[in-house]
Design a protein around this ligand. Structure first.
Ligand code: NAP
Length: 244
């Protein structure tokens, strides 16, 4: 993977950071991008320990101008964009009848529109290169739905449909587009869940443990490797067997 370039959104912490670390160990040059500037700088610096070249760019994925600049900077620094991992995501959980329009709009904007913005901007470069690999981070609730997550589950279901459409459109240019659907992974995002919600997730997991960010990173690493060259438009659950 030497000299190949991977952009991971929302990679200052959590699953995105773990994916960036795994890809750095795989030999990719890494572009850390996230909405929190200080954290971007800190995480990009930490990547140096893996001996790969890294840049950090502050990006709000909901803003197309930010996203276009991100890929311009990536290509001007490293010469190409070979991999995009659309990982940036947020939750604004509450029951449907209490959900404010702003809760709906914020989640759709980051999780779904952000994925569209980055895919479109990256595809421009990948189509010229006639190669590329895109992995979108969806969620099992994008398939199953979940109480208190109408906005989040709709956004993640949308990410799955977007993945399949993009896979069909971009296949002719040798670009694969896949999604992973994590279940309950221990990060800052899930730390705030009430104990009852954590317990009910655990009861649904045959492997009887929450997932770790590394469990997601390992599958992403496979999907962007040459071993997965013939895999596109797929959704892989990473959930300890929660959905089967
Ligand atoms: P996390 O720790 O909250 O990390 C998400 C990162 O995305 C944060 O650094 C966040 O910054 C950043 N971000 C938010 N809005 C952004 C924007 N507009 N532009 C750029 N970056 C932005 O969450 P995580 O658990 O690692 O989740 C990573 C992905 O996995 C998300 O798409 C999530 O939906 C998905 N996922 C997680 C789980 C799970 O159990 N943890 C399960 C299924 C799917 P701020 O902190 O400043 O918002």
């Amino acid at each position: 993977m030497e000299n190949k370039v991977a952009v991971v959104t929302g990679s200052a912490r959590g699953i995105g950071k773990s994916i960036a670390e795994k890809l750095a160990k795989d030999g990719f040059r890494i572009v850390i991008c996230d909405i929190m500037e200080d954290e971007v700088v800190k995480t990009a610096k930490e990547m140096e320990q893996f001996g790969t070249k890294t840049i950090g760019v502050k990006v709000d994925v909901t803003k197309i101008e930010d996203v276009e600049k991100l890929f311009e900077e990536t290509v001007s620094t490293f010469g190409s964009v070979d991999v995009l991992v659309n990982n940036a995501g947020i939750t604004r959980d509450t029951l449907l009848i209490r959900m404010k329009e702003s809760d709906w709009d914020a989640v759709i904007a980051v999780n779904l529109k952000g994925t569209f913005n980055c895919t479109k901007a990256a595809a421009k470069y990948m189509m010229k290169q006639r190669s590329g690999k895109i992995v979108n981070i969806s969620s099992v609730v994008g398939v199953m739905g979940n109480v208190g997550q109408a906005n989040y589950s709709a956004s993640k279901g949308g990410v799955i449909s977007l993945t399949k459409s993009a896979a069909k459109e971009l296949a002719a240019r040798n670009i694969t587009v896949n999604a992973v659907a994590p279940g309950y992974i221990e990060t800052e995002m899930t730390k705030v869940l009430p104990d009852a919600a954590k317990e009910s997730f655990l009861n649904l997991i045959p492997l009887k443990r929450p997932g770790q960010p590394e469990d997601v990173a390992n599958v992403v690493s496979f999907l962007i490797s040459p071993a997965a060259d013939y895999v596109t438009g797929q959704v892989i659950n990473i959930d300890g067997g929660m959905v089967m």
